[in-house]
Design a protein around this ligand. Sequence first.
Ligand code: C2E
Ligand code: MG
Ligand code: MG
Length: 651
Amino acid sequence: MQQILTFDECAFVIVLLFWISAIARKEHTTRSNRIMFRMLTLVLVAVTADLGAASMNNYVSGGENNIILAYLFNYIYFAAHNLLLPFYVLYVYSSIDIWHLFMNSRYQRILWWTLVIVDVIVLLLNGSFITVFTITPDVVYKRGPWVSVFYVVAAVYIAWVFIILIKYRKYIDRRKMTTLFFLFSIVLVGLTIQMFYSVMLVECYSIALAVLFFMVMERRDDNQVNPITGALKYTSFTERMTKNSYSMKPISLIFVKIMNNNNLHMYLGLKGHNEFLSFVTGQTHKLCMDNGLNDDIYYMENGLYAVVCEGTDEERVSRTAEQIMEKLSAETHFANLTVIPDVRMCVVFHPQDVHDAQTLFSLSTNFHRTLPDTKEVHYYRDFKDNKEYQVRNDLDEILRRAVENHGFEMYYQPIYSVKEKKFVAAEAMIRLNDPVYGQVPPALFIPAAEINGYIHDIGEFVFEDVIRFISTLDMDKLGLRYIEVNLSASQCIEVDLVDKIRSLMFEHGVEPRHLSFELTEAATDMNPEIVDMNIHKLHEFGVQIALDDYGTGYSNIKRTTGLPINQVKLDKSFVDMIDDPQMCIVIQDTIAMFKEMGIEVLVEGVEQEAVARKFSDLAADLIQGCELMQGFYFCKPLPAKEFLSFLEGRS
Ligand code: C2E
Ligand code: MG
Ligand code: MG
């Protein structure tokens, strides 16, 4: 009897296309995706074998080899086909996130294996004691009575899936439920038709249709892999964490941040960098697998990965995290270049350490800023009660409180003149006093304020407070030439910066020469044209300009010479290296160079007399040319009143 091949041919094309696309999109990184990919492979094998078997049936009418080939096709067909439903059961467990229930239930696993083994035994015994199918001498396929065992086994699987779907319907959103039901409804129809009309080979076609339907309906974010990184998209991470914070299923999270990702991108180019990102996913996944962890890897922009593992086997997770750190931090080669990734990592156990999704999101994106900037694997639990960590983590809120409730105060650190041997200026430094955490250092909150935009409110407070303070002083009597004010990078590009300063000075009757602005090299690099314009205008107006923290950036001489700079402040880290003979030469020449340019040199962070001596004309090994010094050796920053008493005590 001739069989109708058209359905099988269509099925083959559909399934082949999806199979290739699954490989091309690397969609085999999550467990659900892996099971789906295996099912797809099984369908492809089954359809191909069915097509082969049916072609033999239709076009060949004898020959021993043909009979053997027809048997082979049919065995492959049954084997692949019969494995589909067991995998479907696994897929349902995995996709509705109740995999642990299957793994923890011995009975369910025994039942699953028993059914698989029954199918295998029946197939293996075909022809010896029982008949599942035969191939007649004229190469025609004939069903045997034992084929019905396969149908019985299939019915058990189907009933099983029905029971799961009904029992755990709360876990499944409506769309997923419809898809899962519809999926085997199509298959069921195909199965029934073929059972009664064996010439119509619609069974594989119905499975292919189910696959097609599935791909259209079920391909949601939670299974979508970014083909470049091979990791899941980050949107699915937030979705999963939200779900997990309801179910409280124990999971372990390993956050990985490649700190020098931007540099790597620059050096490696787009293609090499993509290779690198996919390498990180691959290696991380491999290490998780090697340690027996079931992982899903998510990638967010900027070298940030989140690895989610089922369960909270702390020892295993820690071991894996250490290995990931070691592997990723090692020297590797991409695009013929040597690469050393700068990795930061943090491990979190849920729900023990964190139980709400919001904390997990913010931790995943901020941990590299809030936890210590060191290369060891950090454990969130070690930090959550630590005050400094809490401050770092709560900076937005701390800043909001300070801006709204006037939580800032200005301190002043006197600046010492080497030549005049007295204090001739001061630097204004902001202090933040928080009702919850107490004093918060500017090195923490200024960078945070630059990110969240509060820096402009802070700047306004600083200008107003310092200018008002200057207006109350008799600068000449105190021997003060000017007060220095720090300008952060984003303040330098404020449109109304100059007008604001000018009108404040007029309002308080302060002379421009009594004010000096400190810029950092980073600030001068940001939108250079606007910075140039603002700084030139301020300088023309009569205020002084100083370059702060010189020696910490990459000391762009071209930028320095292009700006009207009156003073350069050599950074503490630079000055601290004075005992290194090579560095001493650099410092000497730097000072000489600025002197020749008519720029005043100030040494920052002088803590010891020995250093002060080196830069003054008191010692034999003096470093000529430095005019000003500032540091704890002379005086720490003081509140306005104490600062005045300090000066008055010395005049
Ligand atoms: P900076 O402008 O380089 O200020 C010098 C910093 O070194 C100050 O820290 C000061 O207290 C500290 N310092 C002074 N002498 C010594 C010393 O002998 N040894 C050591 N180890 N440190 C010394 P502070 O006040 O914590 O400020 C840190 C940074 O925060 C400042 O670095 C500046 O960049 C920024 N900042 C401070 N106040 C303001 C402000 O009003 N506005 C802006 N935009 N930034 C500010
Ligand atoms: Mg400064
Ligand atoms: Mg400085």
